[in-house]
Design a protein around this ligand. Structure first.
Ligand SMILES: NC(=O)c1ccc[n+]([C@@H]2O[C@H](COP(=O)([O-])OP(=O)(O)OC[C@H]3O[C@@H](n4cnc5c(N)ncnc54)[C@H](OP(=O)(O)O)[C@@H]3O)[C@@H](O)[C@H]2O)c1
Length: 337
């Protein structure tokens, strides 16, 4: 089923911060953040077992318990099983994401893109999320940033394992659609090039944002459009750096990034445009993008996100950004109003 027919709107909620990403978030603050999203009318929630080793799913399951299940949509991920026994969190091998969930649960995380592991992963997510179905399942981090040179071997493992298990779960009705959830464009390009039946739903994080979109524009966005595939944009604020936060993706923002943000902000200030609106509207302007899912761990962020989503951004802002070379000349820009 096409993503557009599943998603209830173009603004969703990214639950990675609920897994204690970057900080130890008090339980009531985490639950209040989901409640704020619900009260705001947000009905699409993205999650993953990886986020705090089950913590983000457990918190979302609790916060959404009692809400009518037919009124919201969940995506979660496969590729990692969360065990009951504990491990040394600091010794985990997690590529570029090492340390990001140091405050999450200490449960042992087993990476596995096999068929049986995928069935088990979904079964465990259903329990943590307190539901009997999940609308969308993304194969998580099947990419170079997590696996380095092993990523193609892992891709093959998933192609013959996870992909087939997800086809089965879709046929059985446990999920409605599946695809990849990655921070890199190459795995999506590879999937879209497969001869066999391929999925049409992707979560691409950090690669189609105001701060970083050049590579995605070259191949993955046109390929998605050609194949009728849709993309959910994760990390639309590049982990916060775009909107005043300290982090760019999984590390403190570099001076170069902060300088780019300052140059965009100077133009945004001149036009009375918020940086959140600039980020969200930019990502949504590409026709392949079905939704944006900013993350948040504080209830107050939700009203900011909604206001930004609804903001009217003048076309002259986009023209000035383009003239300053701060967006790729090939990037579709919002028409403004
Ligand atoms: N491989 C994958 O599948 C993948 C990878 C990355 C992301 N994703 C998905 O995409 C979602 C969004 O990505 P993300 O959460 O990493 O990053 P994001 O949406 O780019 O940014 C979220 C961060 O911005 C901060 N922020 C928001 N408003 C702010 C403000 N006014 N001032 C300062 N900081 C502010 C939030 O801080 P607070 O925590 O303080 O609210 C939060 O940490 C994730 O939650 C996840 O669902 C998927």
């Amino acid at each position: 089923m096409a993503l557009e027919n599943i998603l209830p709107g173009k603004l969703g909620f990214g639950a990675a911060p609920l897994g204690n990403m970057f900080r130890d978030i008090p339980e009531d603050e985490a639950l209040a953040t989901v409640e704020a999203a619900w009260n705001d009318g947000i009905r699409y929630y993205d999650n993953a077992p990886f986020y705090g080793a089950g913590l983000a799913e457990l918190r979302m399951g609790e916060a959404l318990a009692g809400k009518p299940r037919d009124q919201y949509v969940i995506s979660t991920k496969v590729g990692r099983i969360i065990l009951d026994d504990l491990e040394d969190v600091g010794a985990r091998q997690q590529g570029e994401k090492a340390g990001v969930f140091a405050h999450g649960r200490a449960n042992r995380i087993v990476n596995d893109y096999g068929y049986d592991a995928t069935l088990r992963s979904i079964e465990d997510s259903l329990k943590r999320l307190r539901t009997d179905h999940i609308e969308i399942a993304f194969v998580h981090d099947l990419a170079q940033d997590f696996w380095g040179d092993l990523w193609l071997a892992k891709f093959e493992e998933a192609r013959t394992g996870a992909f087939r298990a997800l086809d089965r779960l879709r046929d059985e009705g446990t999920i409605k659609a599946w695809g990849l959830g990655v921070n890199k464009v190459e795995p999506i390009e590879l999937v879209l090039g497969l001869d066999e039946s391929r999925p049409g739903a992707f979560l691409l994080a950090g690669r189609y944002t105001l701060l970083d979109h050049g590579r995605a524009l070259q191949r993955v966005m046109p390929l998605a459009a050609d194949h009728g595939a849709s993309i959910v944009v994760g990390g639309p604020y590049s982990s916060g750096a775009l909107v005043g936060g300290p982090n760019f993706e999984y590390a403190p923002a570099t001076p170069e990034i902060l300088d780019r943000v300052a140059r965009i902000k100077a133009i945004a200030d001149r036009h009375g445009v918020s940086m959140k609106a600039a980020g969200l509207h930019f990502s949504l302007a590409n026709p392949a993008v079905a939704a944006v899912i900013p993350g948040a761990s504080r209830p107050g962020r939700i009203a900011e996100d909604r206001a930004a989503f609804d903001e009217i951004v003048p076309a002259s802002f986009w023209q000035d950004l383009r003239a300053a070379g701060l967006v790729d000349p090939a990037a579709p820009l919002p028409s403004g109003s």
